[in-house]
Design a protein around this ligand. Structure first.
Ligand code: PLP
Length: 429
């Protein structure tokens, strides 16, 4: 092949741009989510709360059902057939979910109960091993309580200093003074995507700045992994935690990915069965990773369901999921901008994803969400486990709509009509 031909073939111009899902594809996806046939208050279910927890396709429900019906047994310790099947399924799930986020080695992937537990694991194990009096821990003002409280507790215990990257009025991280904030820091923990504002943060850049300052980078991937391609190697972070239940999988399971050399050097977090090498009456030695961090019987059925969820997402394609969600969010933001008395929080579409927080006049978010519910529309209302961010925004609570693979443009119109109903009830023009 001539060089010119080869370079043409390799040209990114030839790579087809990912397209959002067609109406036919969304209809097919919707048919695979049994819950979408429900009719709360006699109305079609319009589920706009996937950022809190997504719905589950039949493939995930079936995979867990099949596990319980055919090969449930405790893992790793049984030498009989069905225990081996269960152990294989569990380890295959680990490897597959690891590949999905770009992990180079399945040993770097620890099953946890959820992202919260993953972040606590880092705070307790890495944190208590490394953070000393006077050390600096850097967070951002947009962190979920799960990526804030564990560091507060650590900082109080160790008399360490907490510093925060501020959030601008339009909901972006203010990175102007980042290097000063990171000066002499040991750890920088930040979210990849804000669960309240939908802001997409520049993770690769933040990790690089953390490393330049000599800090490790801990990423809360809870809202990013479900809705965009994620590659921890490309991000070059040190830890990343996420939950299955926000990405079509079951509750009760999540993953902490960590750099192998860091994990290898960390002491156990929880202790007991499954995480040991040799136990004497007065002391023990510990298993290598990941077993060292998986004390007790794990969530086996949930790992199987998590694996099926990742298959489902991978078949749809993460780039297309991202495109589809962005398309819905773009339409929703445009439609909301056409309405009166609605305030939308967060950055412009180019810097955000399909999570939209809003207030309508002075209607309390809980009243608004109740009225939307009467129309079959599910949104989250409250502080979204982001109390410091809400304070910064100057609102006690917002209603939050979030889109996912099964949402349609028609549902945006139902949402807008339900917001109108709320305005009529509260006599807001
Ligand atoms: C950004 C972010 N981080 C952490 C969490 C905590 O997730 P989980 O409750 O599954 O541990 C959430 C959940 O809403 C989240 O949105």
């Amino acid at each position: 092949m001539k060089a010119a031909e080869r370079s043409l073939l390799e040209s990114p111009v030839l790579a087809p741009a990912p397209t959002p899902f067609s109406d036919t594809e969304i209809a097919r996806v919707r048919s695979e989510f049994p819950i979408l046939k429900e009719r709360p208050h006699g109305k079609p279910l319009v589920f706009l709360d996937s950022a809190a927890s997504s719905q589950k396709p039949i493939q995930v429900i079936d995979a867990m059902d099949d596990y319980y019906r055919r090969y449930h047994a405790n893992i790793h310790r049984g030498v009989y057939h069905i225990s081996e099947l269960a152990s294989e399924a569990y380890e295959e799930a680990r490897a597959k979910i690891g590949r999905f986020i770009g992990a180079r080695d399945a040993h770097e992937c620890i099953f946890v109960r959820n992202a919260t537990e993953g972040l606590n694991l880092v705070a307790y194990s890495w944190g208590r091993h490394h953070i000393q009096r006077g050390d600096v821990i850097v967070l951002t003002e947009m962190e979920h309580h799960s990526n804030l409280v564990p560091w507060q507790i650590l900082a109080q215990e160790r008399e360490a200093e907490l510093r925060f990257v501020p959030v601008t009025p339009d909901g972006l991280l203010d990175l102007g003074g980042l290097d000063d904030i990171l000066d002499s820091a040991k750890l920088f923990a930040f979210t990849a995507v804000s669960n309240t504002l939908g802001t997409v943060n520049p993770v690769k850049h933040l990790s690089a700045r953390a490393h330049a300052a000599g800090a490790i980078a801990v990423v809360d991937g809870c809202q990013a992994v479900p809705r965009m391609p994620v590659d921890v190697a490309d991000w070059n972070c040190d830890f990343m935690a996420f939950s299955a239940h926000k990405m079509l999988g079951p509750t009760g399971v999540g993953m902490l990915w960590g750099r192998k050399e860091l994990l290898d050097a960390m002491p156990p977090f929880l202790s007991g069965g499954g995480m040991i090498k040799v136990v004497n009456l007065t002391s023990s030695t510990y298993a290598s990773v990941p077993a060292r961090f998986e004390a007790g019987t794990p969530a086996i059925a949930e790992a199987v369901g998590f694996s099926a969820a990742v298959d489902y997402l991978a078949a749809l394609g993460m780039e297309r999921i991202h495109q589809s969600e962005s398309r819905l969010a773009t339409i929703a933001l445009r439609r909301l901008a056409e309405q009166s008395n609605i305030t939308v929080y967060g950055p412009p579409m180019e810097q955000r994803t399909g999570v939209i927080s809003l207030t309508v006049g002075d209607i309390h978010a809980h009243d608004l969400a109740s009225i939307l519910d009467s129309e079959g529309v599910c949104v989250r209302a409250g502080h979204h486990c982001n109390q410091p961010l809400m304070e910064k925004l100057g609102v006690p609570a917002t209603a939050r709509a979030s889109f996912y693979v099964y949402n349609t443009v028609e549902e945006i119109e139902v949402f807008i009509a339900a917001l109108d109903k709320a305005k009529r009830i509260f006599k807001i023009a």
